[in-house]
Design a protein. Sequence first.
Length: 191
Amino acid sequence: MTETLLDFFKALAHESRLRIVGLLAQREYSVQELAALLDLKEPTVSHHLAILKAQGLVTVRAEGTTRWHALDTAALESLSRRVLEATEAAAPLAADENEARILAGFVDADERLKEIPASRRKRAVVLRWLMRMFEPGQRYTEAEINGYLKSRHWDCATLRRELVGHRMLARDAGIYWRLPKAQWRDETIGP
């Protein structure tokens, strides 16, 4: 997937190709029309179109001796989805590089917690990462909270207590809810 992304970005890393994509997003064009609009020679436009075609971004249809080029929006949407999926799967989301490094040490490729950090600062990073599972305004039973947390680590009771202790989750009569970030206990300072 990484190679596909690199090839895609290399294909679009040229001003003329970007301009061609922009024009083709509006309607079909022939090489001659594109050359006139872009003030380029026809062989140059053909070269750029060949690179875009190789990435599957441009389709061609023949009509007599004229070849009409169009942007393949379905391929572009598919690639966009793959880029997003690859980005999400590549690493857990983090606010900065330090948090990303901490998460990389504690979260495996399946987004499961390898262990609960002993360091308060690192534990706070992991807890913030876990809070992505819980929606503001949503109420959860203890069984639901445990289910979400077990999908990340076997010791859901410790994680649940930590989330409540860090004022990330509140509870009353077995019902839990996410507290606003402004109320979370800041543990970014310390060992």
